[in-house]
Each structure stands twice: as C-alpha cells, then as structure tokens.
Ligand binder design. Structure first.
Ligand SMILES: [Zn+2]
Length: 308
C-alpha cells in the first residue's frame, strides 16, 4: 500500500496547476478519490463556482444532462442509455487558495498578523516575509507558469515588485516547464518544499536550508532531489517513496559522488541478500520508475546516480 499523503499532495499540485483546476469526485479513479478525501478532510478544497459538464458515470466519455425521472436523478448517455447520476457529480471542487496561503504561512512560521497578497490575479502571490536575523526573505507562490500570458505577468511582477536575491519562489510548475533557468532566486516545486501531514503543510527543512544558501552555493548543492534520508525523491515535482533498503542503496550511491559503484559492494554494504540493486526495486513499478529516473547502471553491474 502506498501512503496516501504524497498522492494527496500531488493531486493538490495538479489541481492548482491545470487551468480550471476543478475536480468532480465521481470522475476520479479509486486512488485519486482517496487522495481527494484527504484534501477534503484537510479543508483544502472549496466548492467551485461553476460545475463542469456532468459526464456519464459509466463510460466517462459523454456529457449527460441530469434530470429527475421518477424521483431518481438520471442522465441519458448516447452509449450507455439512462444512467443514474449521484449528487456528488453535480458538485465541483477547487483548491481553496486561502487555505493554501494560510498553510504556507504556518509552514514558514510567518507571523499571523501578516496577510498574503495577490500579485497576479489567480497566478502569483506574496505569501509573506520570512525573517532570518535582521534580514527577511519574501516567499512568493506562483502557478501555471508554462502559460505564456501568465509567465509574462510573473516576469513583469518579479522585475517591478520583488527585490533580486531576496525572494524564494515556490511553484506548482516544474522547473523545466516554467523556463526559469535564468532567474537567480531559488525556485522550488511545492511538492519539494512542503509535505502534507495531518491536514497541514510541513516545511522540508533540508530543502528550505538549500533555498536560503547564496546562489553560488545552491548550484553545488549535494542533493536537490532526495529528502527524508533518501526515503523520498522529488523529480520535476513527482514524488517517489522508497523502502529503507532502497533508500540505503541511494544513500550509498550518493556518498560515492560521481563514481560508479559495483553491485556486490553495494549489496554487501547495505546487508541485502538480493543480487543487485535492480532486484530491490523492480517488483514495485513506481519505485522502479523512480530509481530509473535517478540512477543508471550498466551490463557489468556498475551503478551510479545521474547528474542533475
Ligand atoms: Zn456512457
């Protein structure tokens, strides 16, 4: 069983990132529905103003117009005939942005008297100012930066209102899609900088310390990918969870810096009876995918981490 909290955080990210960003509970698959309930129970969702077309619950391909027929809500699907419509399908949910900004302020310990401020309508906010000694860091949240118009508004606002090297940008747009490689301020994905726990967003301290480093040190940082002692890897906003033994492999490879490590040495060091690291990952498709994204290996049994 995969833990549901990372799944909920990634649903939150996708709802924030896609335009519209509304979900209808009945249209979600089982895994997403579980994630949806976590977000709902955390008060992260609010009823959206407009409900998208109601889709046929049987095939999901056709929009149907719900109406009450002999006391039961039904819709006529061209393929499936009359199908029952539940009340849940008439309600769409979106991320409650006030909740998000409030939880981010809490996660960063920003004084409760500080309010967040919208800088670009629906796309960019000043979350608050984080005090470090006598200095302060402006925390900015931005989303949908792959969209051309939003991106331009984001750039203009950065130039006008945000002091260079004095801000940390948190976003739901992956770094590559956001095209921000020229920006010297730290840019982190929301799923990297916070974790969802018991309805709250908790700051990832390793990642946050990385954000506070001067630019030249940030580029040489050891790991912008691994968290929680290698139990979690975040790649372009996608979060992967690993077992303790799998994490030990990643830690071993990481400690070797750029060197290649032989399978026998790795397995001996982590005290595993398996014959090589791939054997430890291959039974779980998700973990294997994560491993394949961070590590490489060759036919001779040598393993190494990809450079990032
Ligand atoms: Zn249908």
């Amino acid at each position: 069983m995969r833990p549901v909290a990372p799944r909920a955080l990634s649903l939150l990210v996708s709802m924030l990132e896609t335009s519209g960003g509304r979900v209808v509970e009945d249209m979600l698959d089982a895994a997403d529905r579980e994630a949806f309930h976590v977000l709902h129970d955390s008060d992260a969702l609010a009823v959206a103003d407009d409900v998208p077309a109601v889709m046929c619950p049987a095939c999901g391909d056709h929009a149907v117009a719900p109406r009450k027929i002999s006391g039961v809500l039904q819709g006529l699907c061209p393929e499936c005939g009359y199908v029952e419509i539940t009340n849940a399908s008439l309600k769409a949910w979106a991320v409650d942005l006030e909740w998000l900004l409030g939880r981010l302020r809490m996660a960063f310990g920003i004084a409760s008297r500080q309010d967040s401020e919208e800088l670009v309508t629906g796309a960019m906010w000043k979350v608050g100012d984080y005090k470090v000694g006598r200095h302060s860091r402006r925390i900015v949240f931005a989303r949908r930066l792959a969209d051309h118009a939003t991106h331009k508004a984001f750039r203009d606002t950065l130039a006008e209102k945000i002091e260079r090297d004095n801000a940390v940008i948190i976003s739901t747009t992956s770094r590559s899609a956001a095209m921000v490689s020229d920006i010297s301020m730290p840019y982190v994905h929301l799923a990297e900088i916070v974790h969802l726990r018991s309805g709250k967003l908790e700051r990832d301290d390793d990642r946050w310390n990385w954000c506070l480093k001067p630019a030249h040190l940030r580029q040489h940082d050891a790991s912008p990918v691994f968290f929680e002692k290698f139990r979690v890897a975040v790649i372009d906003g996608e979060e992967y969870e690993f077992s303790a033994l799998q994490a030990a492999v990643l830690a071993y490879l990481h400690a070797a810096k750029v060197g290649k490590c032989f399978k026998d040495s790795i397995m001996y060091e982590i005290d595993s009876a398996q014959k090589n690291p791939v054997e430890l990952f291959r039974h779980n498709p998700r973990q294997f995918e994560g491993f394949s994204r961070v590590a490489e290996w060759n036919d001779h049994g040598y393993y190494w981490l990809k450079r990032r």
